[in-house]
Design a protein around this ligand. Structure first.
Ligand code: PFF
Length: 486
């Protein structure tokens, strides 16, 4: 390939990337956000749409982003510009890279606040501040934790500093190591919680709530939320996965890697649901009680189970670590762009980014106390950051990525990068050309009230026809070429 990309650092083998990408994907989105959104949007139907979005949008977009990153060997902006130029495309596509970088940074601005909650609960666990509390006390403790800006600010500042310390140290040393012990630890903790939940009396209700499909309970807003969350949880369209992909060695299989990350991420989210909802139902709590859900429910379980304090401490250590491996991935795009383009060191780039992050995240943190009244259209600054990124910017970015790969890039580029068999390549192409873009557009139109989902019923035939055409095209074209050249 001829382009102006610099030689880049690479992960130490295939597992380095898988661990880092899983570390990015698995985080507060799985353990904090997925359960509370499921609670807010009514359970099973939300879960089903979320799973469908992971499969139909998340997996194809992730494969495409990794391929774009590896091909373009750079930050989202540079990588997309190079890959598009290689196919004779125009530079406006690199706007996608700018949006992704902005999106990752905006997410980080509220993410460090939530990560701060996790750290502060770890501290409460260690210092015995959660012992002997009732269901009502839990809500009061969560409220009091947020009401003091110095307390909350202390924890989010700490998260910012730790994140920048790790990022400043560099790709391999900083990121890879922490993920390799954190992930298995997180899974083990969740398993312990699920076993506890199975005996808590609320397990049946939890299963029913999570997996019973009740179409009536899902609004257009819920569908949009489920789609946005699929992007959020896989760290898509926000620069993280694409930039990590730029460090991936040439011989690693993108398809297998993507599946590993997506399956691990989805399992952790479902496990978190199975760990949390039994506690909610056994204690008569409200599943739709919002962002404080896990912080108000899990400590109750830790109080009641044998060795609860120890498990509670371990759990919050794991959650805080999971949050950190995600936050470091959100800064990676910006830091990589600054070091590649502005000639500054990694350390300077990390700390410079950290200062801007600290200022904006402090504003987000104030949404819970001093700035509780600073709202626009009923949303705080914190809520706006979440809403704009998850509901709009990520799905739009994902749409851009699949359109770029499906229609603009020279088909050989993706064929070479993905290295799939003809049938699998046809499947990928069919997804990025038709299923993913149509899915995203329809959910947008539905949420905007422009069209309803009913017309989607007419699709299966259209989609089937397009699938067959793509498959035939894919299987015959390389063969045809070979025959013609022979
Ligand atoms: N996937 C992360 C989580 O579920 O917590 C959040 C995230 C990480 C979003 C990195 C975006 C990103 F670039």
């Amino acid at each position: 390939m001829t382009n102006d990309a610099q030689p880049r650092t690479q992960w130490l083998g295939r597992w380095g990337f898988v661990l880092a990408a899983t570390g990015s994907a698995v985080g507060l989105g799985n353990v904090w956000k997925f359960p509370y959104m499921t609670g807010e949007y009514g359970g099973g139907a939300f879960v089903l749409v979320y799973l469908a979005c992971i499969l139909a949008l998340g997996v194809p977009v992730m494969m495409t982003e990794i391929a774009l990153g590896r091909r373009g060997r750079g930050s989202p902006i540079d990588a997309i510009r190079r890959v598009t130029a290689e196919s004779g495309g125009r530079s406006p596509w690199s706007l996608l890279g700018w949006m992704a970088m902005a999106c990752g940074f905006m997410i980080l601005c509220f993410y460090v606040v939530v990560a701060g909650w996790s750290f502060s609960y770890l501290w409460k666990m260690l210092s015995g501040g959660l012992a002997g509390t009732s269901v009502d006390d839990m809500a009061a403790i969560f409220g009091a934790n947020n009401a003091n800006p110095f307390n909350l600010g202390f924890w989010s500042t700490l998260v910012t500093i730790i994140t920048m310390l790790i990022v400043g140290k560099g790709v391999q040393a900083g990121i890879e190591k922490s993920v390799s012990w954190m992930m298995p630890g997180m899974v083990l903790m969740l398993l312990i919680m699920i076993v506890y939940g199975a005996f808590s009396g609320g397990f049946g209700d939890a299963l029913h709530f999570l997996f019973a499909f009740n179409a009536g309970s899902l609004s257009s807003e819920g569908m949009l939320a489920a789609m946005g969350h699929a992007f959020f949880t896989l760290s898509l369209a926000s620069g993280a996965i694409l930039t990590y992909g730029s460090y991936l060695p040439r011989d690693a299989s993108i398809g297998r890697t993507t599946l590993t990350v997506a399956v691990a991420d989805t399992l952790v989210a479902l496990m978190a649901g199975l760990a949390i909802f039994p506690v909610i139902f056994a204690n008569g709590m409200e599943p739709g009680s919002g962002p404080g859900l896990i912080f108000m429910s899990l400590p109750l379980a830790f109080q009641a189970m044998p060795l609860g304090t120890l498990f509670g401490i371990l759990f919050f250590v794991m959650l805080s670590m999971a949050a950190l491996t995600s936050s470091i991935s959100m800064v990676e795009a910006t830091v990589s762009w600054l070091t590649d383009n502005k000639g500054i060191s990694r350390r300077t780039a990390a700390w410079g980014t950290g200062i801007v992050l600290w200022i904006i995240s402090t504003l987000a943190m104030l949404s819970f106390n001093v700035g509780a009244d600073w709202t626009l259209a009923g949303k705080h600054f914190f809520d706006w950051l979440d809403y704009l990124t998850s509901r709009w910017m990520m799905p739009l970015g994902g749409l851009g990525v699949v359109l770029l790969a499906g229609f603009v890039l020279n088909s050989e580029v993706m064929r070479e990068e993905l290295g799939l068999s003809p049938v699998m390549h046809a499947l990928w192409l069919f997804m990025v050309r038709y299923v993913s873009p149509l899915g995203i557009v329809v959910i947008f139109l539905d949420a905007l009230g422009i069209a309803t989902l009913e017309f989607a019923v007419q699709w299966p035939w259209l989609l089937l026809a397009l699938a067959v055409i793509t498959l035939i095209g894919e299987i015959t074209s390389p063969r045809l070429k070979r025959t013609l050249c022979a």
